[in-house]
Design a protein around this ligand. Sequence first.
Ligand code: HEC
Ligand code: HEC
Ligand code: HEC
Ligand code: HEC
Ligand code: HEC
Ligand code: HEC
Length: 306
Amino acid sequence: MRWSIVLGGLVAIATAAAVVAFIVEPDAVGATSSSRGRELGKELFDRQCATCHGAGGRGDGPSAAGFATKPADLADGRLMNPLPDELLTNVIRRGGPAEGLAPTMPPFEKFLSESQTAQVVAYVRSLAQPPFRSAPPPLVRVAGAPRQPIFFNHVIHAGSFGIECQYCHADARRSEYAGLPSVTRCLGCHAIIGAQDNPEIRKIHDYASRREAIPWVRVFKVPEFTYFPHKPHVRAAVACQRCHGPIERMRVVGAETGQQLGNDLKRLIGLRPAPPPLTMGWCIDCHRAENAKGAKAPLDCVTCHH
Ligand code: HEC
Ligand code: HEC
Ligand code: HEC
Ligand code: HEC
Ligand code: HEC
Ligand code: HEC
């Protein structure tokens, strides 16, 4: 008897909360129009995408069997949820190759307007299991990022598939260098994945058959006269991203390093801008800050300059 009263009370409170939430929700109108957007997205999806991706987005449409690289399982939330809208939009409008994926994912910019693309993306999001809850942080573009010999995308490998940084940069914990993965390491996965119909993956196989290393363009580099070891930093649990930025959100890795004119101008007007990454001031600032917390990071010249 008492329990039912308690329960009744809880239901009343919950109902009240729901009503309040409904009244307070500033986006109530937006929410209805966006669910209308999803409906339109579903119509477009059924017409344009379901033949390959299947009605439920699981990559099992009637045409799917014909493809070496299967149409992506758009309902797999573990893989899809970390990908920002911008990346999905780019794949849908400009086709798979715009993100290094197979050309069997065709471009739709001739068939879908920008707002229709947004509706399709909203519908695709609604298919995700586990559900898509909040937008992942946006992609990061660094000006002057080099063009690499193969369009290798950290957003897909480290962001979506969540492959550990040190699986590919395996020397970081044991040596001065972080190291880049060998052709063999790429082939460990790409002997099969994408091998038949993705030209970017074919390049890996070509390097392997010529027994050549992939000539990646270096991005982060300190001058010869300085000594930078990865191992002690990894040991001290300094996250890769503190020095390299959010690599898992960069389609192309780049860095704004070295002295910058803007900083000189700021100093002229009396500001003290943080030193840019990879300059001596940057190393020293972090070492001082870490030492204040009990680390033993070097400040003497000879440790960093042999
Ligand atoms: C002709 C078949 C085909 C059609 C039609 C098609 N796709 Fe695809 N799609 C693919 C294939 C194949 C892939 C996988 C490419 C890869 O992994 O290299 C893919 C990949 C994708 C991806 C990338 C997912 C990821 O994991 O990065 C998205 C997003 C996508 N498709 C959305 C759509 C949408 C939305 C439509 C309809 C507007 C559509 N596709 C229509 C074949 C198709
Ligand atoms: C642990 C497994 C694994 C390793 C190692 C790996 N990849 Fe991938 N790669 C994947 C998966 C999974 C995909 C996504 C496939 C898809 O959705 O079609 C992918 C996609 C790609 C693509 C197409 C889209 C993109 O992300 O650019 C390229 C190109 C690629 N990998 C290149 C490489 C290269 C080069 C190496 C070695 C430096 C490498 N991969 C190592 C698993 C791996
Ligand atoms: C599947 C393998 C793979 C994974 C996983 C991976 N990387 Fe990479 N990484 C590469 C390849 C290949 C390159 C060279 C091409 C490029 O710059 O994109 C690279 C380049 C880099 C560079 C630039 C190197 C230079 O020239 O200065 C940094 C920094 C980096 N990765 C950090 C990371 C971090 C941090 C993570 C984890 C969030 C990570 N990587 C995960 C394969 C990988
Ligand atoms: C304390 C700052 C710092 C941390 C933490 C750090 N790096 Fe580096 N990284 C650098 C610097 C500086 C360079 C340039 C080194 C050089 O020129 O010898 C570099 C270079 C690289 C390179 C280029 C190739 C090479 O072998 O040097 C890769 C790849 C890389 N880092 C990946 C990583 C990964 C992955 C992690 C995390 C496991 C990581 N870094 C952690 C500062 C850092
Ligand atoms: C924590 C590591 C570290 C320590 C300690 C350090 N340096 Fe450096 N130093 C660097 C790095 C990295 C560079 C290259 C980047 C740059 O030019 O800012 C550099 C550059 C230099 C340069 C060249 C500057 C230029 O404009 O080309 C000189 C000279 C120099 N250091 C002298 C010293 C002296 C003297 C000390 C001791 C008082 C010292 N460094 C301590 C890391 C260090
Ligand atoms: C984000 C913080 C951070 C940055 C940036 C950073 N370091 Fe460090 N560094 C550390 C920490 C933490 C340690 C380890 C201290 C400890 O072991 O107690 C360390 C240790 C070192 C050591 C000692 C190695 C040993 O064997 O004891 C060297 C050398 C070094 N750093 C060089 C550099 C150089 C050169 C740069 C700039 C190119 C740099 N660091 C940038 C945090 C940083």
